[in-house]
Design a binder for this molecule. Structure first.
Ligand code: SAM
Ligand code: SF4
Length: 471
């Protein structure tokens, strides 16, 4: 009975649609002084209220907009520094009983080739990822009875236990269908990082239209999916919206209300926010021509406004976006990106599997990991594969970076440098190694002498062959 009560589908929603429309209407043509006040509130490390985010969303004046971009860059630099965490997506299987009109894996798509990795194939994929230098993955599944919580847990367990050369995967995040509390507990038991569920669109009527069949057609089951994850003891949850399905300003407000809901109910907001834009998928007309296309300019604006609205959260930008745009958007507050990604099932170990008919959609940044690393290094970033918090059993790493003075400087940066050094020793091309060594030296020079000395010792250990060194 207890379980039943906890898992009944909630009849209420915490997305107040009328109120969102009202706020977006009421805050049109905002007063510049009010906009600057809101920007300052965010720079002072406060999460914004819906009326404040709506005001920023209504800024059209180019000069004021530039102030928003500048504030997003400042906030990122001031709080999180110049590290960028790298990960890769690993698609485990594309069977799916839902019919999301924008997705290549939808059940009615007869052109897509259905496949689920066998245990052997999964190991091959992990080895291919480890041999690129990856340490952090997000495992991705369609929604299908075959992908039970036990199956998901088993596949994650295999990922963790597949060593290759000097490396292994140290943190596995999950993007899968919403589970029951019991299901989440089974998945949590193998040690996961973040559980991500994207609401796709927070606008109920649009949601119902675009998810006509299958369990995903239940808006509230999905909306409360991460509540159940939290109830099962998964502390790090990731929210997101798929931009292109409905008005982007409404979706940003939806993400904010979701954040506030999690804060109020569990005392902690989302660990990460994702903001994918729809990309073309094979035999999927909706994906070729989404109803609410978001321009690059609006995309930058929404990223900056999410950064300012929820200063404490991690933000994920994927290889769905082209390299040039990614370089620009990263500066607006992004903390994690994927690189060297392949989303065809089995495509890391068999490049020929990276074909449209095996993929959910198309990626626009196909650069290999080493090239992305080099580009980040040249842009002044410190690419990081750090999993120190996760390995020490600490959750909410992004929140700690935000909330604890000195945490980034004294803890994250040293650990980021250790993982960068590992990458340079084991996987980098000559050119990347050279730039990487220069960046490490530059970062060392910024440290106070005591910390610098300890970091140098750690770096030397890595050069001598020790791995998984942590600060
Ligand atoms: N099947 C599970 C689900 O839908 O929650 C989890 C994995 S699904 C493969 C991951 C995400 O891909 C979806 O939540 C959706 O936002 C995104 N997606 C689906 N179709 C897409 C497309 N055509 N372009 C970009 N992203 C897409
Ligand atoms: Fe299935 Fe997820 Fe694609 Fe929807 S988005 S069709 S649930 S894989």
């Amino acid at each position: 009975m207890y379980v039943f009560v906890k898992e009944r589908v909630e009849s209420r929603s915490f997305i107040p649609e009328e109120k969102i429309f009202e706020l977006l209407e009421k805050t049109k043509n905002p007063d510049p002084a009010r906009v600057r006040e809101i920007i300052q509130k965010s720079l002072d490390k406060n999460r914004l209220e819906p009326e404040e985010t709506a005001t920023l969303l209504n800024v059209e004046d180019p000069e004021l907009l530039e102030e928003i971009f500048e504030a997003a860059r400042t906030l990122k630099e001031r709080i999180y520094g110049n590290r960028i965490v790298l990960f890769a997506p690993l698609y485990i299987g594309n069977d799916c009983i839902n019919d999301c009109v924008y997705c290549g894996f939808r059940v009615s798509n007869k052109v897509v080739e259905r496949r689920t990795l066998t245990e052997e194939q999964l190991k091959e994929e992990v080895k291919a990822l480890v041999s690129q230098g990856h340490k952090r993955l997000i495992v991705v599944y369609g929604e299908h009875p075959n992908y039970s919580p036990e199956f998901i847990a088993r596949t994650i367990d295999i990922v963790y236990n597949t060593k290759y050369g000097n490396g292994e995967i140290r943190r596995v995040n999950v993007n899968a269908a919403p589970q029951t509390i019991e299901g989440y507990k089974i998945i949590k038991s193998v040690g996961i990082g973040t559980f991500q569920i994207f609401q796709e669109t927070y606008h109920r009527e649009t949601y119902l239209k675009l998810h006509p069949r299958g369990p995903k057609s239940n808006y509230n089951w999905r909306l409360y999916g991460l509540d159940r994850a939290m109830m099962a003891g998964i502390d790090d949850v990731g929210i997101g919206a798929l931009f292109g399905l409905y008005d982007w300003k409404f979706e940003v407000m939806g993400l904010l209300y979701h954040t506030i809901h999690l804060e109020e109910r569990f005392g902690v907001g989302p660990h990460t926010i994702s903001f994918p834009r729809i990309k073309p998928a094979i035999n999927t007309p909706y994906s070729q021509k989404p109803e609410h296309v978001v321009s690059d300019e609006d995309f930058k604006k929404l990223v900056a406004i999410i950064r300012l609205s929820v200063p404490y959260t991690g933000m994920i930008l994927t290889a769905r976006e082209p390299a040039k745009l990614r370089d620009e958007v990263i500066k607006l507050g992004v903390s994690q990106i994927d690189a060297g990604s392949r989303i065809g099932i089995g495509a890391y170990s068999h490049k020929e599997d990276d074909e449209d008919r095996k993929r959910q959609f198309t990626l626009e940044d196909p650069r290999p990991l080493d090239q992305v690393m080099r580009s980040l290094l040249k842009e002044g970033f410190v690419p990081s594969f750090c999993t120190a918090c996760y390995r020490a059993g600490r959750t909410g790493e992004h929140f700690m970076e935000f909330a604890i003075p000195g945490f980034v400087k004294n803890f994250c940066t040293p650990n980021a440098l250790f993982t960068l050094q590992e990458y340079l020793c084991d996987y980098a091309t000559e050119e990347t190694r050279k730039v990487g060594e220069e960046v490490i030296e530059r970062e060392l020079q910024k440290m106070n002498p005591k910390i610098r000395e300890r970091v140098r010792e750690g770096l030397e250990k890595i050069k001598r062959g020790e791995r998984d060194v942590r600060f």
